[in-house]
Design a protein. Structure first.
Lengths: 434, 323, 283
């Protein structure tokens, strides 16, 4: 008895204090800029890649050029692990003292960072920049929130269809030309070679599933002026969901194994020779090359609904943005331009294999490295982007879409019910964010 | 060291006697207890550190749970607003929260029981083997304990992978998928949690057993008592303070399991079937910087854990053990 | 060094069975560790392959090379060592004093304090990083090793106090009285008699605080924002995690590299753990 009485007192005090002490509110930060100095040190955070040396070299060259043309300016570059980006960048928004002037960030984070008040609006500078004219529309969309531009695209990442040339030859089949053919080919392969998944799919592989929805003319969400409204339960989107989830089953990729898989797992299955086809990114190339299927595979764009069309792919990738708290805005924007300019992007492709965001640069590099051809074609056919809403971060993190796919493939719900539930969750998140 | 030896040989030494479980309550008699300030002096460094670095943040946590507080407020983009119990209402109004809560309680209970059982059995086993096997088991356990949770979970998933893992092959399970069924997925995670948390119990209880005077154990085994009886009537009562601590700690940790579920079931399992409270909180709140909702979940977890712990401590007290 | 007298009473077949069981369990527990090291040594394409062999014909140090080639790897290592070492020693001493206070004295608020020590551990750490962040910022500790040492110390204390309480309590009261009768001062009893007696407990506790500090990712990525020279070892592991393209070989190699110092630390202290009190009482 005594024990509980003793704890009750401090616990109650804690709650009471919370209720009454609103005067002593938790802290906030002031992140507005302090001016626009024309000299001094600029600090840049870039993502640290596995095998970062080539990236460092390209960046160092761009920085050297920048320092030469901007007297009195010094640049300090720091490489941060991708996995720590969320904490670091949020912390930078909260502590301008540690904040850099420029950051590299994943393009799905754009809207969230803008809402957090961290990124500077560079619409004017971007519009006046001649090189920006050749920027791929999907890449431009990934730096745009509410019509304003908050950075410059650094590279894009896109997914296409990897397939096993030896298996296809063996069975006398051709790479599929339409989505219906893709599905029937997948099932045919699994029937003929039961030890292989026809097409490796994953219930948690959102970015692999999106093209199916988009190919049927569906959307994740529609813009409604100020905010977004989920469209995942529209008739067209449901058709896409239906198509994608029809690939889970004993006739292609058994739900027991594939429902839990994410992008990583499907690519691993392909690379280790467990699947005849997989949806992989240009960035998956190295992993597949290292696997047992080296020399026995090729890549084509993921087919759309119409014969010979290409399904719209998700345009992933990274951008570089200027922080609102930067006290060297003009210099920072100039540095952003030289880090994301055509020259640097072309070199970055040679060093790291990152696909350029400029259509003309991309065409040039595709000639040098034929394996990027199908990815460039996919981008050329029009890639798409996730809703530019800060709510997307929450929708992504709370696994709304994976849950939907998994509910369907495990037989818990049908397409209509699962997509209605997902739409409800998405709308709640959109409402919170606006 | 002479003083110690003498003291231990003295008849009636606490715990060495017949039924240590029913030891009478201690009376403040020794000179040390007369001074009112000494304990506070000893506590001073700890209290300064804890006051500043734990009590104050926990107070802030309680405060934030009543506000609207997202990254936009933290960065100063928008003013904070008072929400009353709004965050709590959101939480309790979500039917998934209750399901997750139930799953968490059951899963954590299973983990605590399994961990304590394995830890105690192996600690006793350690006292009965020679140095080499003991060192082998100690090192293996320490290795499991020391492995970063992310890595441990990843390796276990590799081992149990239906396509690439050696375990199914050895057990002849074919391509049985451990993560597809709700219970087999929880079982797999439980095994991993057991693997990385039994070493703490084992090492602690072993250290406790080493601290029991040799004469006591010797006397017991001379009487021809079975290992179970020795544990039951000699070791367990003497190790009580330590067992209480490892139990409470296991409850706290297993209730807050995060990495294992997150990594092994890919963020909470097929359609969220393996969600536990901490992962749920992460998905709902922390990953999207909804700090006020996250704080509310934190406060709820604190209250639940506190309730469980207090009930446990009362049970212990009823059996005569003082806090 | 252990207790030969007890051993003699245990019948031999029983002991052999026990030893066999211990070895089998040790092997089972070590198997995932073996798999971790093995995966670190396998060439990239073999880590997850349909031929899951428990050996590799083509060991490669590439993964380890990727770990060690990182800029400032040595610096991270030293920082981790410094942080974990400081936390272990400081928390052992502070917790020992506090545990003695709450165990060997009666005073008001004793139970409340004990419960508060528990409460501190019940909150999810993620929720506490926000207030802690602002605290560190206002004290100008961000980007310093102090911002890691202080919270880890604070988080390890409640646990250490609870652990040590059990060990301090296990020391018979009669011993304390005997010491005072022999004319020992309170300080002398504390450091020369009680301290060595609870040493096994201190070791068990410090293993815990060492591991939790050593393996921490959350504070390391929340408080060390703009100065990589103050980063700790987990940063060298996090580099290999990337959405949809994790480098498993690198992850396994970095984890192996992180686990080894803990095992070394344990080998250094485990003799103390084994010989601590048992030895002291026997001689």
């Amino acid at each position: 008895m005594k024990l509980s009485a003793r704890i009750a007192a401090p616990a109650a005090a804690l709650v009471l204090a919370g209720l009454t002490a609103t005067a002593c509110a938790p802290q906030t930060s002031d992140t507005s800029a302090q001016g626009d100095e024309k000299s001094g040190t600029l600090r840049v955070w870039l993502f640290q890649e596995v095998g970062n040396k080539p990236k460092e070299k390209v960046v160092a060259a761009a920085v050297a050029d920048f320092e030469k043309s901007h007297e009195g300016a010094k640049v300090e570059v720091e490489y941060i692990p991708v996995d720590t980006r969320a904490q670091r960048i949020k912390a930078a928004f909260n502590d301008p003292g540690s904040a850099p002037d420029l950051i590299e960030y994943g393009n799905t984070d754009t809207a969230g960072y803008v809402k957090d008040g961290g990124l500077a609006d560079v619409s004017e500078e971007f519009a006046a920049w001649d090189e920006a004219e050749d920027t791929d529309p999907a890449a431009k969309q990934s730096v745009t929130v509410g019509g304003q531009v908050y950075g410059a695209p650094l590279f894009v990442g896109v997914r296409a269809l990897y397939y096993r040339t030896d298996v296809f030859e063996d069975l006398g089949i051709e790479p599929p030309k339409s989505q219906a053919e893709l599905i029937s080919t997948a099932k045919k392969v699994h029937r003929e070679k039961p030890e292989l998944y026809g097409l490796a799919v994953g219930g948690a592989y959102t970015y692999g599933a999106m093209p199916f929805i988009w190919a049927h003319g569906g959307e994740l969400a529609e813009e409604t002026g100020v905010s977004y409204e989920s469209a995942i339960n529209s008739g067209k989107a449901r058709k896409g969901i239906e198509a994608y989830t029809s690939l889970f089953g004993d006739d292609n990729c058994p739900a027991a194994k594939c429902a839990a898989m994410g992008g990583n797992a499907t690519v691993t299955a392909f690379a280790s020779g467990k699947a005849a086809m997989a949806i992989g990114g240009d960035f998956s190339h190295a992993a597949v090359e290292a696997g047992s299927v080296k020399g026995k595979y090729a890549v084509v764009p993921l087919p759309g609904v119409e014969e010979g069309s290409i399904a719209p792919a998700f345009a992933g990738g990274n951008n570089i943005g200027v922080l609102r708290s930067s006290s060297h805005r003009t210099l920072a924007v100039d540095l952003m331009k030289s880090l994301t300019g055509k020259k640097t992007q072309a070199k970055m492709f040679d060093a790291m294999g990152f696909l350029p965001t400029y259509t003309d640069v991309r065409a040039t590099v595709a000639k040098r490295q034929p394996f990027v051809g199908p990815f460039v074609d996919t981008l050329g056919a029009g890639a798409k982007f996730v809703p530019a809403s800060p709510a997307w971060g929450q929708i992504d993190a709370s696994l709304v879409l994976p849950t939907m796919f998994q509910e369907i493939v495990s037989g818990r719900k049908d397409v209509a019910a699962a997509s209605d539930d997902a739409a409800k969750k998405m709308d709640a998140a959109f409402a919170d964010a606006s | 060291m002479t003083a110690i030896t003498t003291a231990h040989k003295a008849p009636g030494t606490a715990g060495a006697g017949g039924s240590p479980a029913r030891r009478p309550r201690r009376r403040p008699a020794s000179p040390a207890r007369r001074s009112g300030w000494t304990p506070w002096l000893y506590l001073l460094p700890a209290l300064v550190l804890l006051g500043g670095l734990l009590v104050y943040p926990i107070y802030q946590l309680g405060l934030i749970s009543f506000l609207e507080y997202t990254q936009a407020q933290v960065s100063g983009g928008e003013p904070t607003t008072f929400q009353g119990f709004g965050n709590y209402a959101t939480l309790f109004g979500d039917s998934q929260f209750w399901q997750v809560l139930l799953a968490t309680v059951l899963f954590a209970t299973a983990c605590v029981l399994a961990t304590l059982f394995a830890g105690c059995v192996l600690a006793v086993l350690l006292t009965r083997v020679r140095a080499l096997p003991r060192l082998a088991l100690m090192m293996a356990a320490l290795g499991a304990w020391a492995t970063p949770a992310v890595t441990g979970s990843t390796v276990w998933v590799f081992l149990f992978d239906p396509d690439f893992g050696p375990v199914n092959r050895v057990l002849g399970l074919g391509d049985f998928s451990w993560t597809y069924g709700r219970y087999s997925a929880f079982a797999l995670v439980l095994l991993e949690v057991l693997w990385c948390s039994f070493p703490f119990v084992m090492v602690t209880v072993y250290a406790g057993i080493r601290a029991i005077p040799t004469e006591v154990l010797e006397a017991a085994s001379l009487d021809g008592a079975s290992q179970w009886r020795i544990w039951r009537s000699v070791m367990a009562p003497m190790l009580r303070p330590i067992l209480i601590v490892v139990t409470i700690q296991s409850i706290i940790w297993d209730f807050k399991v995060f990495t294992q579920i997150y990594v092994m079931t890919n963020g909470g399992g097929i359609a969220g079937q393996n969600l536990v409270l901490n992962v749920y909180a992460y998905q709902k709140a922390f990953a999207s910087s909804q700090y006020s909702l996250g704080s509310a979940i934190g406060v709820v977890m604190l209250v639940i854990l506190l309730a469980v712990t207090l009930v446990y401590l009362r049970l212990v007290r009823r059996q005569g053990e003082e806090l | 060094m252990s207790t030969p007298t007890t051993r003699l009473r245990i019948r031999r077949p029983g002991r052999l069975a026990a030893e066999a069981a211990a070895l089998v369990i040790a092997a089972a527990v070590a198997f995932p560790l073996y798999w971790m090291v093995l995966s670190a040594l396998k060439p990239a394409g073999e880590i997850q392959s349909t031929e899951a062999r428990p050996w590799t014909l083509d060991p490669s140090l590439d993964s380890f090379r990727r770990v060690f080639e990182q800029q400032e790897f040595g610096r991270y290592f030293l920082n981790s060592l410094l942080v974990a070492g400081t936390v272990v020693i400081a928390s052992a001493l502070i917790a020992f004093l506090a545990a003695t206070a709450v165990t060997r004295f009666r005073f008001r608020f004793r139970t409340t304090l004990l419960i508060m020590f528990l409460v501190a551990q019940m909150v999810p750490v993620e929720a506490l990083t926000i207030p802690l962040f602002f605290l560190m910022r206002d004290f100008g500790q961000l980007n310093t090793l102090g911002s890691l040492i202080l919270p880890h110390l604070a988080f390890s204390l409640p646990f250490a106090i609870w652990m040590l309480r059990g060990f301090v309590k296990a020391v018979p009261e009669a011993l304390e009285e005997a010491a005072y009768i022999d004319g020992a001062s309170r300080t002398r009893f504390l450091w020369q008699i009680l301290f060595p007696l609870v040493f096994p407990g201190l070791v068990a506790t410090s293993v815990f605080s060492f591991i939790s500090t050593w393996n921490d990712f959350l504070f390391a990525k929340s408080f060390i924002i703009s100065d990589t020279s103050q980063s700790t070892l987990p940063m060298a592991l996090l580099v290999f995690f990337k959405p949809d393209e994790n480098d498993w070989g690198g992850i396994m190699a970095a984890s192996t590299v992180m686990t080894v110092p803990v095992l070394v630390f344990f080998v250094l202290v485990q003799r103390r753990l084994v010989s601590g009190l048992g030895g002291a009482v026997k001689d």
